[in-house]
Ligand binder design. Sequence first.
Ligand SMILES: Cc1cc2nc3c(=O)[nH]c(=O)nc-3n(C[C@H](O)[C@H](O)[C@H](O)COP(=O)(O)O)c2cc1C
Length: 384
Amino acid sequence: MSTLRYLTAGESHGRQLTAIVEGCPSRLEVSAADIDADLARRQLGFGRGERQAIEHDHAQILSGVRYGLTTGGPIALAVENRDAANWGDVLAVEKPAATAEPVTVPRPGHADLGGALLYGLPDLRDVIERASARETAARVACGAVARRLLSLLGCTVHSHVLEIGGVRAANTPLDDLPSVDADPLRCLDHEASEAMQAAVVAAGARGDTLGGVFEVVVVGYPAGAGSYVQADRRLSARLAAALMSVPAVKGVELGLGFAASRLAGSEVHDAIAFDQDRGYYRETNRAGGVEGGMSTGEPIVVRAAMKPIATLRTPLRSVDMSTHAAVDSRFERSDVCAVPAAAVVGEAVLALTLAAAALERFGGATVEELVAAVEAARRRARRV
Ligand SMILES: Cc1cc2nc3c(=O)[nH]c(=O)nc-3n(C[C@H](O)[C@H](O)[C@H](O)COP(=O)(O)O)c2cc1C
């Protein structure tokens, strides 16, 4: 069965992030410039820390692409960590003569404590480095490849910020999605964005942090990917799992989501219509583009709730693991709010999941085969 999968490696302040995308059909145009455009979008957003000023992420394509086209082989990608230059031997592979002072105070809300206990690591630095959301740059690089593949099916993937620190966007014209990066918080409601920015400034001044809600909208994805026949083939479950894999995401909604639970059935389900040109379609899309675990062909609309950044300038209590003494948590350079960036990561993981599901449904060792199979399925759906 054709599918697309990816793995990443690398530490936050190690030499580079590395990723492998496997299963991409041959003859897809992929360039480092395409990937860099998405990497730059991940670095956007009012409320980010100093790291974003240091890093200007650039992807190197190391294999699987020749003369601008994928070969069908694994695509290896690397994103250098410029900040590594400031970290000397702290992340050295060979043990240096002078080793860094171990980190022994776990930060609440992070993987620090669980990771130290799980892997038996006396220096929390080993956990912090891999658990850091810096890893999401590698996912965004992989996602850019998936986005290229989906674009050949006429499919676009966009995101926007709906809520930060309890301030909600009211007016969200989805037609403006392609230009949302121009807003400092990637929010379609510019008035709400200003209130959100003020909330971020106020939280930062208090030594606090904020979370929020973002939405990913995928238009043009073909009907019929996913399935109802097994739990792990439900597209809805796979989309939720993809978003829940983004660090700090604590909740996911598809279509009406939780609001559906407070409405009557007549206000929730999307009536079915047929037109010779369009085939089957819906006048409403409250389901968010997935019904019975399969894509309906309507836009896929998914929201994710992100918890506030866990690293607080005003520390929470913790325990020094070398003495068991109660101490204040450590502060490590950090964002105040990263919801706009998380939304771009959300686009990447959804693009990867949807590309994988499309390949499983339609197959294709070359992009021409995939596109032809999708077009044939669309024609068939209009005749059934
Ligand atoms: C794009 C992005 C940027 C993040 N930046 C930071 C940060 O600067 N500081 C921080 O403490 N957490 C940051 N986080 C969140 C942490 O990675 C996350 O809270 C932590 O890994 C624990 O979350 P979990 O319980 O969901 O695993 C960021 C998350 C994302 C998606």
